[in-house]
Design a protein around this ligand. Sequence first.
Ligand SMILES: [Zn+2]
Length: 283
Amino acid sequence: MGENKRKKSTTQKFLELNPYCCFCGGEVQATTRDHYPPKALFYNKDRPDGLVFPACKECNNGSRHSDSIVSYLALASLTNKENNINSETLKRIKALEKNCPKTYYLLRKSNHGMIQKEKSLRKKGFNYKVLNIHNHIRQHILLFSKKMTCAAYYAQNNEILPTTACGTVYIQTIMDVINEQVLSINLGNIYTLIQGQNNKKNEFSFQIQSNRDEGIGVVRFVLQKQFIITIIFAKDLKAYQILSDNFDKAEQNFIFFQEIVEPDEKYIPSLEDKIVNIQYKYS
Ligand SMILES: [Zn+2]
């Protein structure tokens, strides 16, 4: 009872200081504290406290599937050379099978292609694997990126990105760094989650540069030292157009920061275009 009361007052105090949901434009009352990125993203779900955000119920619950899909993609890099799947990855595959049947189906399909390709790459002496990301899965990554950008911007500026905000998401891996294909932007300080000795910098880190007056910014997240997501964003299309010319060479995943709505995870066995190939380095 005492514990419950204390918990309640922590949330109430937090919401008094942070009254509006920071994920859907800042006009909806926040009713929950959202830990973002979520536990699912960390090995053994061991997530230090910190990075807590005001969220409405819809936004808090609205990225459940996207969170577990991104977590699978990030942790899949821990699978070793011999294709032995570690228990942590296996847990996530089982969760996907249960909760995200469409994604599970698409990953299985592309996994088959991946293994074939891997064999031929290894024969040629390449030491990495390739994962095909279907359009459907890409949509989940975009939703995760959108929520993560709102969170990082709020953490830095204590200000909420408006619903007119927009941006481009760049999905890359450490292989792109090795191949020097990652946008080289100096983003300054690296932030992570730390509690005592528990430093998560190898599992999650982010950097953000933003200019509140101009309403523009760049944020980069690195997951499991492998999976790199960079988002170039602006408060509206006009501000974005000034930015975008510099970055037109990279692959374009344009998004608007409106509501948090996940792609439908119902089982529909259709084959969509494979848009992105990402490469993993063996750990
Ligand atoms: Zn919201």
